[in-house]
Design a protein around this ligand. Structure first.
Ligand code: NAD
Ligand code: IPM
Ligand code: MN
Length: 354
């Protein structure tokens, strides 16, 4: 029996609805497999926890998480209760940093059964490899003056080590796919980090002569993703560019509610964290309207990462079967509740698993 100890942090808002849905799918996968066991340990760390304890997680929270094989997280943030910069830096971003989850892998593809809001797009299938630990999300900066001279500074920090690591990951991934890597850049503007980013991209790419490598300005890239997303295979992007591109990726798939993500510690020194692209969606939280597919597809990424890709394919196949049968939540133009969507996916998982 293969046993996996997973730390589960449902978090805030719809995280509390879609995480249980995805865990049911993972339990079904274990049933089907027969030799796989999940040990879930739940952590109630979220904005309500902050209001009670004055912190998003206990002091030894990171040390606790490091004892697990992987972390499965919903979403964090309830800006009406706790300012985002406190809740996100106190939990989500802190885990990414301290567990050294420096690569964020975010696929986007047109699923069977789904209609993109784009007019008749050709089938597309690309992956954004997002640098996940520095860049525009650095902690360097702050307010310098107050009152009428108010001024804040945000320093973007790009290290060669981390930039090259994200790019190498992208090229390795492309070698298993369609051998194309596009780098999201902005070296034509007054962004000092980007000529450096381009230079490292050229150097890293030189070691992969079989890959077609090119740089595309981030503004044009956003437009190309809308006009002809089928042209892209692997896209490597800085932290902020990758963040923005992947909500766009979700949208052109049909909804950001289906977009998956994996924060990887590629060295496997500490746990990786699996959490979808979308947030806590306060506007629909508690109403049973959340689309569980982003979280379930994220579970597929966890299965892939722990070396069970055939089970991952089973999950994605069941998601597509369900969509193709027309079971869609409101964000996809349907009327299914979260419960109806997950029940249907579960039934199709068992059918495929027979
Ligand atoms: P959001 O992703 O929560 O919501 C954006 C829009 O998409 C909303 O209209 C929402 O209803 C819809 N949506 C998102 N997920 C959906 C789903 N699964 N099913 C159906 N509809 C869905 O982004 P936001 O409103 O900018 O942020 C809300 C909070 O979440 C903020 O506190 C933000 O900081 C936080 N956030 C957290 C994460 C994370 O923890 N990984 C990611 C993004 C945003
Ligand atoms: C994401 C989110 C986070 C990010 C926020 C909530 C800090 O938008 O995971 O895409 O920007 O990384
Ligand atoms: Mn985001």
């Amino acid at each position: 029996m293969n046993t996996y100890d997973i730390a589960v942090i449902p978090g805030d808002g719809i995280g509390k609805e879609v995480v249980p849905a995805a865990l049911r799918c993972l339990e079904a996968v274990a049933d089907i497999h027969g030799g796989l066991k999940w040990n879930w340990t739940f952590f109630p760390w979220n904005c309500e926890y902050y209001l009670q304890h004055g912190e998003m997680m206990p002091e030894d929270g990171i040390a606790t998480l490091k004892q697990f094989d992987q972390i499965f997280l919903g979403a964090v943030g309830m800006p009406e209760l706790v300012p985002d910069h406190i809740s996100l830096w106190g939990l989500l971003v802190r885990i990414r940093r301290e567990c050294e989850q420096s690569i964020n892998v975010r696929p986007a593809k047109l699923l069977r059964g789904l209609e993109s809001p784009l007019r008749n797009p050709e089938p597309f299938d690309f992956v954004v490899v997002r640098e996940n630990s520095e860049g525009e999300y650095s902690q360097a900066g702050g307010a310098i003056h107050s009152d009428e001279d108010e001024l804040v500074v945000q320093n973007a920090i790009f290290t060669r080590r981390q930039t090259a690591k994200a790019m190498k990951y992208a090229f390795e991934l492309a070698a298993e796919r369609r051998h194309s890597v596009v780098s999201a850049t902005k070296s034509n503007g007054i962004v000092h980090s980007m000529p450096f980013w381009d230079r490292v991209f050229g150097e890293v790419g030189a070691a992969y002569p079989d890959a077609a490598a090119r740089s595309v300005h981030i503004d044009a890239l956003c437009a190309y993703l809308v006009m002809r997303p089928q042209q892209f295979d692997v896209i490597v992007a800085s932290n902020l560019f990758g963040d923005i591109l992947t909500d766009l990726g979700g949208a052109i798939m049909g909804s950001i509610g289906i977009a998956p993500a994996a924060n990887l510690n590629v060295e496997r020194k500490y746990p990786s964290m699996f959490e979808p692209v979308h947030g806590s969606a306060p506007d629909i939280a508690g109403k049973g309207l959340a689309n569980p597919i982003g979280q379930i597809w994220t579970a597929k990424q966890m299965l892939d990462f722990i070396g069970l890709p055939e089970l991952g394919e089973l999950v994605l196949g069941a998601i597509e079967d369900s969509l193709a049968a027309g079971v869609k939540t409101r964000d996809l133009g349907g009327s299914a509740t979260t419960e109806e969507a997950v029940s249907d996916i579960l039934a199709r998982l068992y059918r495929r698993g027979k």
